[in-house]
Design a protein around this ligand. Structure first.
Ligand code: FES
Length: 106
């Protein structure tokens, strides 16, 4: 059983519409919360690994986020970069929903 003190709440699931990504800042982290079509929720760092841009200012579709600055793409489930100019994958977080709260494990 996982200790609850390792999980923090980021947002209410009801406040993140399906098919959208929202920015959340907490505990010094800049995070992107994604509500995929079909209901799955994922969380990654929100700062692109290529240069400084917030991914939630980009385009989110079909589980992929496209950076607004140079159009690099990441798979939001795995954080995997999808080719140039991305050379480093995005950090992802273990995510769960508890009583309508989106939580990540730190
Ligand atoms: S800053 Fe994101 S692709 Fe360049």
């Amino acid at each position: 059983m996982t200790s609850s003190e390792n999980w923090i709440s980021l947002a209410r699931l009801a406040d993140v519409a399906e098919g959208t990504a929202v920015a959340v800042e907490t505990m010094g982290l800049q995070l992107a919360v994604y509500h995929l079509e079909g209901g799955e929720v994922c969380v990654t760092d929100n700062v692109c690994t290529h240069a400084f841009a917030l991914l939630t200012d980009g385009w989110f579709e079909n589980g992929m986020i496209e950076c607004p600055l140079h159009a690099g793409q990441f798979d939001v489930r795995t954080g995997q970069g999808q080719g140039a100019p991305i050379e480093e994958d995005l950090r992802t977080f273990k995510t769960r929903i508890v009583d309508g709260d989106i939580q990540i494990e730190l």
